[in-house]
Ligand binder design. Structure first.
Ligand code: ADP
Ligand code: MG
Length: 589
């Protein structure tokens, strides 16, 4: 095109596209849900803008917030269009090629070591999955603030942008045209597209339509149709049909000469009409539906089930509905979300309208590994995100969310530990290297629940003893356990980083305090010689404390926690444990 401007893809983006276009990956289906997810995001954006400015929606068809899919079998083109916010010329240049997202190189790296393409959406580069099935892609887009533009690329390291003077005006929104590769013909089948939308995009909150063939009954004059002898009579067999037809014809002589035939037409067929899960009663939602909903929230379409979920309806001064999930495994970006104030795994809706997934006010950091959604009827709709962020209802919502979240986690821990054990055992068998099991103890050597631990506590034992670290093997060697082992006191091993975060918050359980045995404050009962020993080493401890003062050592004490090891560094009561320091350090490198 004569008016086209040429651009080169940013290097990492180009590498990513190379990988995709040359991929032999078998599950190419994923491109469709990525495009639908982008369309849905764009619709969310325009709907949000329209809360404070009705004008942005325009008029007529442009006000319809929907997604349309169309096929051109002859030319092997698949069209996906939305009436979302659209992209300006600058957006097209930035979003689709010249600026690499932070996840781009991480994803490229993963792919080169045999990672799962299925997770492309999690890395923020889902759009490029179009090159799994197409060798030429056009993106036509119209944003309220700009003219209509076409972005196009054959994945050859460059893309072109031109003002669109030849296609029909879109009004507002984006149309993606995929020129499908020879071997991707299946995506020109309506049944395939219907199946994919059903499978992956069921929870999209905007209507998705397919321009689908439909057979309709049409009355036609009988003579004109004499040659077409294949009139349907579904119940009859072929032989009978012929007989029937012959006799029909004889009778027809006197009757009005019309008959009904099937004719193919097209119409918009809605593919999704499931009511949003969180609006339904928890009793009506099946386990499978929660699992699928989790997959769509997590952008992880594997077959793992979430470990637990909590779906509830809060009433009173502040009304909201929420669904919270404990993921089956720690997300790849757990620590990133821990540090990044603007990242949250909770989506906030106000009266069914998506507002933001960047509200970190909704859950405290130690629960940031949870995924879910909150839809509030109490929060105002027509204010800015900033004002919402300060709304007093948020505090109440947060409080209730925390309570529900901890309830859910607690229940999980109390679940029949044998069952968890079996599940974990299976996992271990599958991957022999990964031999860590949550909640092992020094005594049992197998998983335990807190209730079981408490039932085994020694008389006089007030605290629940635990220790955190990276593996059971490492913890078993810990000098912190020496004395406890001698006294036959049971200590729980927490080896999952999530445990470390959780333990910062969980102070007690059933009136028993949690005591990290590597921290200050461990009380193991008095020994008659304690006082004597303390006295005789008084000078030494004093000298030591003074000499180490410059090394960030707060105190030097005679300890009764050790048996064989001469001395040990202990963390202060309120400070990070050594394990937490390790986790944090591994994140800041
Ligand atoms: P992500 O959706 O995670 O941001 P993608 O690679 O899927 O990553 O999309 C990149 C960006 O391109 C989006 O963030 C968005 O700004 C823009 N974009 C893609 N599709 C559309 C669309 N249909 N309408 C408007 N913007 C879009
Ligand atoms: Mg996307």
């Amino acid at each position: 095109r004569s008016n086209a401007e040429k651009f080169e893809f940013q290097a990492e983006v180009s590498r990513l596209m190379d990988i995709l276009i040359n991929s032999l990956y078998s599950n190419k289906d994923i491109f469709l849900r990525e495009l639908i997810s982008n369309a849905s995001d764009a619709l969310d954006k325009i709907r949000f803008l329209s809360l404070t400015d009705k004008e942005v929606l325009g008029e007529g068809d442009d006000t319809k917030l929907e997604i349309q899919i169309k096929l051109d079998k002859e030319n092997k083109i698949l069209f996906i269009r939305d009436r979302g916010v659209g992209m300006t010329k600058e957006d097209l240049i930035k979003n689709l090629g010249t600026i690499a997202k932070s996840g781009t190189s991480a994803f490229v790296e993963k792919m080169q070591t045999g990672g799962d393409l299925n997770l492309i959406g999690q890395f923020g580069v889902g759009f490029y999955s179009v090159y799994l099935v197409a060798d030429y892609v056009e993106v036509i887009s119209k944003h309220n603030d700009d003219k209509q533009y076409v972005w196009e690329s054959k994945a050859d390291g460059a893309f072109a942008i031109s003002e669109d003077t030849y296609n029909e005006p879109l009004g507002r929104g984006t149309e993606i045209r995929l020129h499908l590769r020879e071997e991707a013909g299946e995506y020109l089948e309506e049944s395939k597209l219907k199946e994919l939308v059903k499978k992956y995009s069921e929870f999209i909150n905007f209507p998705i339509y397919l321009w689908a063939t439909k057979e309709v009954d049409v009355e036609v004059p009988a003579e004109e149709d004499d040659s077409s002898d294949d009139e349907e009579k579904p119940e009859s067999t072929e032989g009978e049909e012929k007989e029937d037809e012959d006799s029909d014809k004889e009778e027809d002589e006197e009757k009005p000469k019309t008959k009904t035939i099937k004719e193919k037409t097209y119409e918009w067929e809605r593919l999704n009409d499931v009511k949003a899960i969180w609006l339904r009663s928890p009793k009506e939602v099946t386990e499978e539906e929660y699992t699928k909903f989790y997959h769509s929230l997590a952008k992880d379409f594997g077959d793992e089930k979430p470990m637990a979920w909590s779906h509830f309806n809060a009433e009173g001064d502040v009304e909201f509905k929420a669904v919270l999930f404990v993921p089956p495994k720690a997300p790849a970006d757990l620590y990133e979300s821990y540090y990044n104030a603007n990242k949250s795994n909770l989506k906030l809706y106000v009266r069914r309208v998506f507002i933001s997934d960047e509200f970190d006010e909704l859950l405290p950091k130690y629960l940031s590994f949870l995924l879910g959604l909150v839809d509030s009827d109490t929060l105002p709709l027509n204010v800015s995100r900033e004002m919402l962020q300060q709304h007093s209802s948020l505090k109440t919502i947060k409080k209730k969310l925390i309570r529900k979240a901890l309830d859910m986690i607690r229940k999980l821990a109390e679940e029949d530990p044998d069952e968890i054990h079996d599940k974990e055992k299976k996992e271990v068998e599958e991957s022999k290297e990964n031999d860590e099991k949550r909640g092992h103890t020094t005594l049992e050597g197998k998983l335990t629940s807190l209730d079981q631990y408490i039932s085994r506590m020694k008389s006089g034992q007030k605290d629940i003893f635990y220790i955190t670290g990276s593996s059971k093997e490492q913890l078993e060697k810990s000098p912190f356990l020496e004395r406890l082992k001698k006294k036959n006191l049971e200590v729980i091993f927490f080896t999952d980083p999530v445990d470390e975060y959780l333990m910062q918050y969980l102070m007690d359980y059933e009136d028993k305090k949690f005591q990290n045995v590597s921290k200050e404050g461990l009380k193991l009962g008095k020994d008659s010689k304690d006082k004597e020993i303390k006295e005789s080493f008084k000078e030494l401890t004093k000298w030591w404390k003074e000499s180490l003062a410059s090394e960030n050592v707060d105190d030097v004490k005679i300890s009764n926690r050790l048996a064989d090891t001469p001395c040990v560094v202990v963390t202060s009561k309120y400070g990070w444990s050594a394990n937490m320091e390790r986790i944090m350090q591994s994140q800041t490198l």
